[in-house]
Design a protein around this ligand. Sequence first.
Ligand SMILES: NC(=O)c1ccc[n+]([C@@H]2O[C@H](COP(=O)([O-])OP(=O)(O)OC[C@H]3O[C@@H](n4cnc5c(N)ncnc54)[C@H](OP(=O)(O)O)[C@@H]3O)[C@@H](O)[C@H]2O)c1
Length: 263
Amino acid sequence: MISKSFWHGKSVLVTGGSSGIGRAIGLAAVASGSRVGIIARKRPPLEATLADLRARGAIAEAIACDVADAEGLRAAVTMLEERLGSCDVAIACAGIHRTSWPLDAAIAGEVIDVNAKGCINLAAAVLPGMLARRRGSLCGVASIAAVVGLPGNAAYCASKAAVVAFLESLRLDCQPAGVDITTACPGVVDTPMVTDAERAAGRLITAAAAATLILRGIERGRAEIWFPRRTALAARLARSLPATIRDWVLRRQPRMAESSDRG
Ligand SMILES: NC(=O)c1ccc[n+]([C@@H]2O[C@H](COP(=O)([O-])OP(=O)(O)OC[C@H]3O[C@@H](n4cnc5c(N)ncnc54)[C@H](OP(=O)(O)O)[C@@H]3O)[C@@H](O)[C@H]2O)c1
C-alpha cells in the first residue's frame, strides 16, 4: 500500500506512462488522489491509458513526446504543469531494450538516448522549478542490469549504469536544497518489454507490484529501491567477483532476450 496522505493532491509526471511500469505508476497515483501527467511517443496507447486514468475520476493529462528530445520534453513538462500544477513528483520511466550483439552503433546510441538522456532531459526540465520551491521528488527507473554487464546487453546495461551514476551525483546536489532523488532498480517485471522466454524462465514481478514498491520508496525519500532483493544481492555478489570469474559466470547466464527489440 502507498500512503494516500502523501500522494493526495500531488502533481505527478511520468515518462513512459502509457505502458508497463509507468502505466501502473499512473494508475496507482490516481487511486491515491494525485493529478497525473503521462508522456510517451505513440498516441493510441497514450490515449487509451489517459482514458483509463480519467475513468477512475482522476484529473489526468497526456502529451506525446520523445524523451530523447530535450527541448520537446521541456515544452511537454511546461504544458503539463500549466494543466496540473507545479510538478511535485517526476518519474523517468520511459525506456527501450535493443539487443547489442552484433553491435550496431546507431541502435546502441538510440538505447543511450532514450534510457540515459531521457532521464537527464526530464531532470533538466523539472529540477529548476523544484529547486526554486525547495521541494519535490525525482525518480529514475534504472535496472538491476546496471550492476553488471550482461551478454547481448552492452548498450542497455550501460544506459542503466549511467542513470544510476547520474542520479547518485544529482542526489548530493539536490538533497541539501530540499529535493529528493530516488533511483529504482527493478529485476524482471511482467510488461511488454519482457520476452516470452523471460516470462517462462521464472516468477515475474507484476507491474502493479513494481509501481507500489517505487511509489512507496519515493514517499519515504529513499535514495535507492532494489527489487526483488535476492536478484539484487546476486547481481552485487557477481560485481564483487574478480573479473575473470565474473565473466565465466555471466557467460553461462541465459541471454536477456536474444532477439529483443522492445519498447
Ligand atoms: N520490464 C522489466 O523487466 C524492467 C526491468 C528493469 C527496468 N525496467 C525499466 O522500466 C522502465 C519501464 O519499462 P517497462 O517494462 O514498463 O516497458 P514498456 O511496457 O515497454 O514501456 C515503456 C514505456 O516507455 C515509453 N517510451 C519508449 N521510448 C520512449 C521515448 N523515446 N520517448 C518517450 N517515451 C518512450 C513507451 O511508449 P512509446 O513506445 O509509445 O514511446 C512506454 O510507455 C524502462 O526504463 C525499463 O528499462 C524494466
